[in-house]
Design a protein around this ligand. Structure first.
Ligand code: SF4
Length: 342
C-alpha cells in the first residue's frame, strides 16, 4: 500500500516530503491543508508538480458520503464508503456545548455484544487514523459547521485497534491539525483490560468510559462475550488502577435492556458492585435506554422503569444520568445502516 500521508504526524510527513525530493517547509503547508479537510486540488500554495507526485506515490484514504439520514433534531447519521469499498457509520450531533461526531474505529467489530448491530458480520478490518479523521472532516465539509467534540464510540472496539486510535487522538490534538483538546475527546471501551492499563500511560487526558451493561458476571457473560476473557473483578481493578495513575474518573455505560438488566434489583446489585470495586473514587453511570435491535430481540424498557433504576442508584450514592436520545426518528442504532447496505 502507498504511504498514507493523512495518518502521518507532522514530523513524519516532513521526512516523507524530503524523501520525495520536495522542500521540508512544504510539509507544514500540506499538513494544515490535509487536516483542514481539503483535497489536493484545493491546496492553493502547493505546487502542481508536488501534487502530481503525491497523487502518484501517496494515498489519502479519506471516506466519502454514501448515504445520510437527517433527523428532525438535526442529528445526521452518515454511511461512509472507504477507499476499498467497505462501509462505516458516523453520527453528527448538535449539542448546546457544540457539535459532536461519533466516529467508528473499525469496519465491523469482533466483540460480539448481543445488543449491537455492528458486530453481526464480525470485524472486517481496522481503520487507519486517517479514516477516523476523515469521518470528522467529511461531516464538517458536508454541514459547513465546525466539530468541537469527538466520541470514539461508533462501530468497533477502540482498544482492538489500539495504535491507530492513539495516533488518531494525537493527530486530532496536534496544534497544526484540529488542535482539539483531549478534554473534548471521549473513548469508550467494552472492557479490554490490557488496553485500559496501557492507555493509562499515554498521557492523554481524554474521557474514558467503560461499557459495563450488567451488574454481575453471569448477566454480563450472556450479553458481552468479552467478559469471559476479562471478568468484572479484573475490569474494575483495571479501572481503579487507571484512576490511581491518571486521577481521571471513568464513567460506566449501562445499556438498559428491558427484562434483562433494568430491574430495581439489578440497580441495587450495580450500586453494590461499583462501590465495592471502586470505593474511594467518584462513580458515574451513564444509562442508555437500548435501541431496539430486531435481529437480536432486544427492546427498550419504559420510562418509569428507567426512572426507578436511577432512583435506586442515587439512593446508594452513585451518580447517574440518562443519555439524551438523539436522532430518535432515524436508524440511530450503530451498525444498522451498514448491515442493510451489505
Ligand atoms: S458495542 Fe462496541 S464493542 Fe460491542 S460489538 Fe458493538 S461496536 Fe463492538
Amino acid at each position: 500500500m502507498r504511504p498514507d500521508i493523512l495518518s502521518m504526524y507532522e514530523e513524519e510527513l516532513a521526512e516523507y516530503i524530503v524523501s520525495i525530493g520536495e522542500e521540508r517547509y512544504r510539509a507544514k503547508q500540506l499538513y494544515k491543508w490535509l487536516h483542514a479537510g481539503y483535497p489536493l486540488a484545493f491546496m492553493s500554495n502547493i505546487p502542481k508538480k508536488m501534487k502530481e507526485k503525491l497523487v502518484e506515490r501517496a494515498l489519502i484514504p479519506s471516506v466519502t458520503v454514501e448515504t445520510k439520514q437527517v433527523s428532525s433534531d438535526g442529528t445526521i447519521k452518515y454511511l461512509f464508503r472507504c477507499y476499498d469499498d467497505e462501509y462505516i457509520e458516523s453520527v453528527f450531533m448538535r449539542h448546546d456545548y457544540g457539535n459532536t461526531v461519533c466516529v467508528s474505529s473499525q469496519v465491523g467489530c469482533r466483540m460480539g455484544c448481543k445488543f449491537c448491530a455492528s458486530t453481526i458480520n464480525g470485524r472486517k478490518r481496522n481503520l487507519f487514523a486517517s479514516e477516523m479523521l476523515s469521518q470528522i472532516y467529511e461531516a464538517q465539509n458536508d454541514t459547513g459547521e465546525k466539530v468541537s467534540n469527538v466520541v470514539i464510540m461508533g462501530m468497533g472496539e477502540p482498544f482492538d485497534n489500539y495504535d491507530n486510535v492513539v495516533r488518531f487522538i494525537r493527530l486530532l490534538n496536534s496544534e497544526s491539525g484540529m488542535n482539539l483538546s483531549c478534554r473534548r475527546i471521549s473513548l469508550s471501551t467494552c472492557g479490554i483490560v490490557p488496553g485500559i492499563q496501557r492507555f493509562a500511560d499515554e498521557g492523554l487526558p481524554v474521557t474514558l468510559s467503560v461499557s459495563l451493561h450488567a451488574p454481575d458476571d453471569d448477566k454480563r457473560n450472556a450479553i458481552m462475550p468479552v467478559n469471559k476473557k476479562y471478568c468484572i473483578a479484573e475490569l474494575l481493578a483495571a479501572c481503579r488502577g487507571y484512576y490511581e495513575k491518571t486521577g481521571r474518573r471513568i464513567s460506566f455505560e449501562y445499556a438498559l435492556i428491558d427484562g434483562n438488566n433494568n430491574s430495581p434489583e439489578d440497580a441495587q446489585a450495580l450500586a453494590d458492585l461499583l462501590k465495592k470495586g471502586l470505593s474511594d473514587t467518584v462513580i458515574h453511570v451513564n444509562l442508555i435506554p437500548v435501541n431496539d435491535v430486531a435481529e437480536r430481540g432486544f427492546k427498550r424498557g419504559s420510562k418509569a422503569k428507567t426512572e426507578k433504576f436511577v432512583s435506586v442508584l442515587e439512593r446508594n450514592g452513585v451518580n447517574a444520568t440518562v443519555r439524551k436520545r438523539m436522532g430518535a426518528d432515524i436508524d440511530a442504532a450503530c451498525g444498522q445502516l451498514r448491515a442493510r447496505k451489505i
